[in-house]
Design a protein. Structure first.
Lengths: 256, 230
């Protein structure tokens, strides 16, 4: 009887200890979540001063012959035929159809808008400053078959690795990738979000893997700075009914 | 004695497990869907005399233009989304993402004051600060743009630059329902604070967000539908 009682007590303690161990493992994820939560702004670490310049120095993708054959020029479907006539400073000209309302997941590659990361128990929400969001499932679920992934959205799951958020995505629509890459729905994208020890900077590393397209994984990183504690998300406004929405303008000459 | 120790140990263990599985009354993360028919309790708003039929018609025209051109709708339309809302609660921020053409809402838990009007450009969602009072999340919002998005408020009236909104979020039925009580105050629109309640059902944990509903401002069939008399 005493042996049975002792065994039961030990079993119960082992059970409780198991829960404690699990909670301890979750603390690491909790620390990562705590560090990652908030707004982040992409940095131009090379001082390129332009959108294209930031990624110009990234190592180019090494493609397989099959991958190279897939490459084709990409154009924003909202763009109009390029107006290549010279324009005077201050002269507006039409560059897009001004179409608002194609609310996708907000894209997977960062742009100049701030990125906001809100981790919760089952999901990490990645948002920007307009409609659409990326929903990253952290509850251990698997990717569904590609045939069940909605076109344009992709499917993302994630784990926490020593406080880093590591996202795996498939099912993205076919198209171009930074630094000469290409993707199809079968291509795996791995994103690693690593907050530096200072808590104010973050490195986001993209790795594209697809043996049909890449001779070796295609990888590059962006640096981010944390939005200040009293900062807030802007709201991106788009009005297709506003003719100015369609225009660009040659900037006037800048004073020295 | 030994039996007593065993009982205490077992009770402690199962209490720990139960605590881990019980919904946290102060965490509203999840996918929430406005329940059909019985999810909205909206009395008629009492409007001030200056809000005449002509004023309401003019505001409705603005709202129509926002819909016609696929503008982001903002508050309060986002909270009446026909698709589920994804609400995610962090330590400093709560985000509300919709599957419609609405910018994500951010409710700041780490601020107790609003951004200065000298700095904050009014938006369709406004500036929202939030705090917990017991098991109720109280969200205070100002800074609305009176000319952008869909401004109509359920029950009557519309948001302006002077509108103040207080929302009270509370989990019901062991976390399966989310109650949100909205109270709108605006001396230029409402004779008395206008309060109504929405209730949202929690969706299954395996629910997966869908692409937001597409809105094409240049779709001629859509435009004809919106502009023609039925």
């Amino acid at each position: 009887m005493q042996v049975k009682l002792l065994a039961a007590a030990l079993g119960t303690l082992a059970f409780v200890f198991g829960i404690s161990t699990t909670l301890a493992a979750q603390r690491s994820a909790a620390d990562g979540a705590r560090a990652l939560e908030g707004g982040w702004v992409r940095l131009d670490t090379t001082g390129s001063g332009s959108f294209g310049g930031l990624t110009a120095n990234f190592a180019r993708a090494v493609l397989t012959p099959e991958g190279a054959a897939k490459l084709k020029p990409q154009r924003d479907p909202d763009d109009v035929e390029p107006d290549n006539r010279p324009h005077k400073a201050g002269e507006p000209y039409i560059v897009t159809q001004g179409r608002c309302g194609g609310f996708g997941p907000g894209g997977v590659e960062p742009n100049s808008a701030a990125l906001f990361i809100i981790p919760s128990r089952d999901e990490v929400l990645l948002t920007r400053e307009g409609p659409g969001a990326r929903h990253i499932y952290t509850d251990g679920r698997e990717h569904p078959p590609l045939s069940r992934i909605a076109a344009g959205l992709g499917h993302s799951t994630a784990t926490w690795d020593n406080g880093d958020l590591v996202i795996d995505t498939i099912g993205l629509p076919e198209g171009g990738v930074t630094a000469g890459g290409w993707r199809t729905p079968e291509t795996h994208l791995t994103e690693r979000y690593h907050v530096e020890d200072d808590g104010m900077h973050m490195r986001l590393t993209f790795t594209w893997t697809d043996p049909k397209i890449y001779a070796k994984p295609h990888s590059y990183s962006f640096q981010f700075e944390r939005v200040p504690a009293d900062g807030y998300a802007f709201e991106n406004w788009c009005d297709s009914g506003d003719p100015l929405q369609r225009q660009s303008v040659v900037p006037p000459e800048q004073l020295p | 004695m030994k039996t007593g120790i065993l009982v205490v140990t077992v009770v402690a263990a199962f209490t720990a497990v139960a605590a881990a599985q019980t919904p946290n009354a102060r965490d509203i993360s999840g996918y929430w869907e406005l329940t059909y028919m019985d999810g909205q309790h909206v009395p008629r708003a009492q409007l001030v005399p200056r809000v005449t039929r002509a004023v309401l018609d003019a505001q409705a025209q603005k709202d129509f233009k926002a819909v016609r051109w696929c503008n982001i709708v903002g508050m309060p339309a986002i909270m009446a989304s026909p698709r589920p809302l994804d609400i995610r609660q962090g330590e400093k921020t709560i985000a509300i993402a919709a599957e419609i053409n609405a910018a994500t809402r951010y409710l700041y838990l780490n601020r107790t004051t609003h951004i200065s009007k000298d700095i904050f450009d009014p938006t369709t969602n406004g500036d929202s600060i939030a705090k917990w009072e017991g098991d109720t999340l109280v969200v205070d919002t100002i800074g609305f743009d009176p000319n952008k998005g869909v401004t109509a408020i359920p029950g009557g009236g519309f948001r302006t630059a002077n509108t103040h909104l207080v929302e009270r979020y509370r989990l019901l039925n062991n976390g399966s329902l989310l109650s949100v009580r909205f109270t709108w105050t605006d001396p230029g629109v409402f004779r008395a604070p206008h309060t109504y309640e929405f209730r949202y059902a929690r969706l299954a944990r395996d629910y997966e967000a869908r692409l937001p509903l597409n809105c094409d401002p240049f779709d001629e069939t859509r435009t004809a539908f919106l502009t023609a008399r039925p």
